[in-house]
Design a protein around this ligand. Structure first.
Ligand SMILES: [Fe+2]
Length: 366
């Protein structure tokens, strides 16, 4: 059985070179060997060179830092622990502070194992016990470089993944906005009288919500809910949508279906925006429970839907419809006030009037 080669004081470079020829196509990577014992340092450097890495040598932590300063970071450092001027632990701390991506392996005597373990806690990737086995050096060098590669790869993937996720999120949101606009245009092409209605409702709703203290994502959901609240009318028959006269009971029942249908259309796309779905389903609920589709009353009606109910009614009253001409904004305000507490949430009506103190300027032009 062949005995493993050991590096020890007095080992010459020639011996090691004779045993280990350089790996073909040696990599351009560097290894810095730091040891105050010149013979151990040289011998170790030769083993590492034979393993395919070019080496630099330093006799102390101070010299090692100067070399790194001069020549830049190296992938791997093997450092003794006990050295004059600057010991290995101090060097380890300082080197990792300056070059956190370097792989540092400590060289340690049997009596220094506790210190070496402490070095692992400080960020050293491994330690090699003296006296050093040549095969162990090779294995530890490979392992340390592999660990460093993994750390760098993980960081790269993490950074890359984060930016990829951000990009996908941005694209998803843009796709959603595009889809929303397409749906709104499809609806408005079908019902000429509601042209601009969705956008006005969205703008009225956001300004009213601000008056009620709504902020952040909820505001965006209210804006989107305003745009989409009537999307279920895509499923409403055009002859009923554009009927000039009064509706029969059956026709009215058919129109009422748009609230629940809108929620069903949007649910697959807006699972994370429940407020939008609540607005779509519940914007025709009334405070007294006489609304549709669920007959909710009071606080059971989602607050976002109570906001859209008020501004939807205001915009419907102040624009021409197939079945009646528009009313003046002052008339519409009077109607909102008259119905506050029965049909509409009074706090929302007041917030709307604070948001648009000069109603004569309404409806806003799109
Ligand atoms: Fe509606």
């Amino acid at each position: 059985m062949t005995r493993p080669a050991r590096l020890k004081r007095g080992d010459g470079c020639g011996y090691l070179r004779a045993v280990h020829s350089p790996a073909p196509g040696a990599a351009a990577a560097h290894c810095l060997v730091v040891d105050d014992d010149a013979q151990v340092r040289h011998s170790l450097a030769r083993v590492i060179e034979a393993h395919g890495l070019s080496t630099l040598e330093a006799s102390s932590g101070t010299e090692a830092l100067a070399i790194l300063e001069r020549q830049g970071e190296v992938p791997l450092v093997i450092s003794d622990i006990y050295m004059p001027e600057m010991d290995g632990v101090t060097f380890l701390r300082e080197a990792l502070r300056r070059y956190p991506d370097m792989a540092i392996v400590m060289l340690t005597g049997v009596a220094e194992v506790t210190t070496a373990v402490g070095c692992l806690k400080l960020g050293a990737l491994d330690y090699i016990s003296k006296p050093v086995l040549v095969e162990e050096v090779r294995a530890r060098v490979d392992k340390a470089l592999e660990k460093r590669d993994l750390v760098l790869q993980n960081r790269f993937y993490q950074q890359h993944l984060e930016s990829r996720v951000r990009e996908l999120d941005r694209r998803n949101k843009q796709a959603l906005v595009n889809g929303v606009q397409m749906l709104v245009h499809a609806l408005e092409a079908k019902d000429a009288y509601t042209s601009g209605h969705s956008t006005r409702v969205a703008r009225y709703a956001v300004k009213t919500a601000v008056q009620l203290g709504v902020t952040g994502d909820r505001l965006e959901h209210i804006r989107l809910g305003g745009e989409l609240h009537d999307i279920g009318k895509i499923g409403t028959r055009e002859d009923i949508l554009n009927k000039p006269g009064p509706l029969t009971t059956d026709e009215f029942q058919h129109i009422k279906g748009h609230a629940a249908l809108g929620e069903r259309i949007l649910a697959p796309f807006l699972a994370e925006s429940q407020a939008v779905l609540r607005i779509t389903r519940s914007h025709h609920e009334r405070l007294d429970g006489a609304g549709f589709p669920d007959g909710l009353a009071g606080d059971a009606i989602p607050s976002e839907a109570r906001i859209v109910a008020v501004v939807d009614a205001f915009d419907a009253m102040t624009t021409n419809r197939a079945y009646r001409p528009s009313r003046t904004p002052e008339d519409a305000v009077q109607e909102l006030r008259r119905c506050a507490g029965t049909h509409f949430d009074p706090a929302v009506v007041e917030a709307f009037l604070r948001a648009f103190s000069d109603v004569s300027a309404l409806p806003i032009s799109i």
